[in-house]
Design a protein around this ligand. Structure first.
Ligand code: ADP
Length: 382
């Protein structure tokens, strides 16, 4: 029987799951999802949505028992159940052992050191009190970046401590402390590997930050870097997936430092925000690539069809409630703008409600169009 008749189950049913489901639809391949509510983004596009908690052992185990291949769209899932399912012969991508390492930012950093992968220097601490004492005694020099070892996303588990005045910003609990990197650019590479060992990387993406608000504003592909830097970034990403020996996708977030080094910030073993543009601007979307990789099918071409700018469509500040999309028609007129809404019922300030990829080989023109979309598409309550 063709491999795509295997039952694929995904832990998590948010927007990444929805886009995965749409990609699988081209091949009429049913994907199963586990998440809390059927009205989550993936639930509307899959007849195979199971309500349950991906952090709960019993829910993950019961769901996984029904599947042939299990994968994820979020890393904070119950890996104990995945270890048990693996013992019972299920195919799990990424491997739960590797997932345990990646979920803990401290173990992740130790992995880089052990495998000679470039990353900034760091130390691990059991609690914030010890960090405070070491900073106060001068044993640990300012500035530092503190990151909680467990769950954190969109910078929520990160504190930059530049001087004594910032000590109150120290985050509680076990954490890692690393050097404050002098960043020239923030880059990301999505790389895929299948069980047969085939590896393919997408072109490097550059995150452009808003000049005043400390938020990623645009994701630009290709990145404005030299071809030598592009090759180095891709080499590091491929090396990283090879060393982790993960099947599926790995999003590798990198810093290009002011002195020209490229080092790893962190990784995510799944589809990623920095790969959304691939739907509209590359030969194979990251979602189709994940399906290919976890089912051990040949990987698709990662070639870029056009340069692009991707912009996240966030809930407008000051509005919480039933989502209403203002300016949709005006934005539809923009040539090369591909709008994607996730179908989340409720909007909240800065919640990721959708994204727009503008494809245009003139990146400056693409940026202008992306800015137009940002200013005209307002997600608020009615
Ligand atoms: P999250 O997992 O929450 O996205 P990250 O580790 O990616 O957290 O950090 C969020 C942001 O904080 C990065 O995109 C970068 O701008 C900044 N940052 C993180 N680590 C460092 C560092 N060592 N030096 C300087 N800036 C950093």
């Amino acid at each position: 029987m063709f491999k795509n008749y295997k039952k694929v189950g995904i832990l998590g049913g948010g927007q990444l799951g929805k886009m995965l489901s749409l990609a699988a639809g081209n091949w009429h391949l049913p994907i199963y999802f586990l998440d809390k509510k059927k009205n989550f983004p993936a639930g509307r596009f899959s007849d195979h949505f199971v309500e349950g908690d991906f952090k709960n052992y019993d829910d993950v185990y019961a769901f996984g028992k029904q599947m042939d291949i299990i994968s994820i769209e979020i890393e904070h899932v119950n890996t104990e159940a995945l270890h048990q399912l693996k013992k019972e012969g299920k195919t799990i991508h990424p491997d739960p052992e590797k997932l345990d390492i990646i979920k803990d930012k401290g173990l992740q950093k130790q992995f880089y050191v052990k495998h000679n992968l470039p990353t900034s220097d760091f130390q691990l601490f059991d609690n914030e009190q010890i960090i405070k004492e070491k900073l106060q005694s001068g044993e640990l020099p300012y500035p530092i970046v503190q990151k909680t070892r467990g769950e954190g996303y969109d910078g929520k588990g990160v504190a930059v401590i530049r001087s004594e005045e910032d000590l109150s910003k120290l985050l509680p609990g076990a954490s890692l402390v690393e050097d404050l990197v002098d960043i020239e650019k923030e880059l990301a590479v999505i790389v895929a590997k299948n069980e047969s060992g085939e590896i393919k990387a997408y072109p490097v993406v550059e995150m452009e930050f808003h000049p005043t608000a400390n938020l990623v504003e645009f994701l630009k592909c290709p990145a404005s870097i030299t071809s030598g830097q592009e090759q180095t970034a891709i080499k590091i990403a491929k090396e990283t997936i090879r060393k982790f020996d993960i099947c599926g996708l790995l999003a590798v977030e990198l810093f290009l430092t002011k002195n020209g080094e490229i080092i790893i910030n962190e990784v995510a073993p799944r589809t990623h925000n920095s790969g959304h543009h691939t739907i509209d601007s590359c030969q194979t979307s990251q979602f189709e690539q994940q399906i290919r990789a976890i089912m051990d099918l040949p990987l698709g071409s990662t070639e870029m069809k056009s340069a692009s700018i991707m912009v996240n469509l966030l809930g407008a500040d000051g509005f919480t409630g039933d989502a209403f999309y203002d300016g949709f028609e005006k934005c539809m007129e923009v040539e090369g703008a591909h709008l994607h809404f996730y179908g989340k019922e409720t909007t909240k300030p800065f919640r990721k409600m959708g994204h727009c990829t503008v494809v245009d080989n003139d990146l400056e023109a693409a940026k202008q169009k992306a800015r137009f979309i940002q200013n005209n598409l307002i997600i608020r309550t009615n």
